[in-house]
Design a protein around this ligand. Structure first.
Ligand code: KMT
Length: 199
């Protein structure tokens, strides 16, 4: 399943290491020169992604297949733009607080675009730019945050297994079982594989 629906994915999902400037969070925050991060590296951090046909999300067999395989029975739409989202400024601020969830965060961008930032195994920020047609899964326990880009608009499907729980646990919440499991499954492994590559 993780290897299906990959064609053309790099057109809608791109990732790079962020610079540390405290300029507007909506800017790209590239290093100079740019330091792109491959989809394989994201997979090492437990991040899964697909490219789907966002013009047909209501009838799309590919989306159905993913939902069935991964048990994503719940789905709703969030429309994030200044004129649509109640409490826009407060919500944007809370999305950008570094946090984790005790379940996966599954988002499918059907219009607009946005940035999902995640921490790598060395605690560096990787910015994942997602555009229309990009679907990503951030694993339970990964520290992350979200921001709109300078277009100020994303429409995304939110999926979930069972009754949705959106609670953000702002960093630090290292004692939560979801965090401990994530560190065991991905952070320690990624750190070891990079140490071996460096030998
Ligand atoms: C979250 O939980 O951070 C969000 O839902 C961000 C917006 S998803 C496009």
């Amino acid at each position: 399943m993780e290897n299906e629906f990959q064609e053309g994915k790099e057109e809608v999902i791109q990732a790079w290491y962020m610079d540390s400037s405290d300029e507007d969070q909506r800017l790209a925050h590239h290093h100079e020169p740019k330091q792109f991060v491959s989809i394989d590296r994201l997979a090492e951090l437990g991040i899964i992604s697909w490219r789907l046909n966002a013009d047909d999300y209501e009838n799309d067999e590919a989306l159905k297949k993913i939902r069935e395989a991964r048990g994503y029975n719940y789905m709703d739409i969030c429309d994030i733009r200044p004129e649509k989202l109640p409490n826009y400024e407060a919500k944007i601020k809370s999305f950008f607080e570094e946090h984790l969830h005790t379940d996966e965060e599954i988002r499918y961008c059907i219009a607009g675009s946005g940035y999902f930032d995640v921490r790598d195994e060395k605690d560096q920020w990787i910015r994942i730019a997602v555009k229309k047609g990009g679907m990503i899964v951030l694993p339970a326990g990964i520290y992350h945050r979200f921001t709109l880009d300078t277009d100020n608009y994303i429409k995304a499907l939110r999926l979930f297994v069972g009754e949705p729980v959106w609670t953000p646990y702002n960093r630090p919440h290292d004692h939560l079982p979801a965090r401990i499991d994530y560190v065991d499954a991905f952070i320690n492994k990624a750190a070891v594989s990079h140490a071996v590559e460096a030998l």
